[in-house]
Design a protein around this ligand. Structure first.
Ligand SMILES: [Zn+2]
Length: 79
């Protein structure tokens, strides 16, 4: 479904706060808290953010697990 009709009015477009590109409203995920019902970041930027966040949280979790293991060992071992 290629629906890139460029004849849409400017009013249907919204500027992404992250990449600064003007995109059709439908490129912005729905966000009921926003006045226009769409989030401030386009799907591409949201996907990128989500990916970065997931990677970071995964790294954090691994670090945390490592720390826990180390901590437990130290706690259990002869202090
Ligand atoms: Zn964007």
């Amino acid at each position: 479904m290629a629906d890139n009709t460029p004849q849409e009015g400017e009013g249907m477009r919204k500027k992404c706060n992250t990449c600064g590109r003007r995109r059709p409203l439908e490129d912005f995920p729905a966000d009921p808290r926003r006045g226009d019902g769409h989030g401030s970041y386009c799907r591409a930027c949201v996907a990128e953010r989500t990916r970065a966040w997931r990677e970071r949280s995964k790294a954090n979790r691994e670090k945390q697990r490592e720390w826990n293991r180390e901590h437990m060992r130290r706690k259990r071992g002869a202090a």
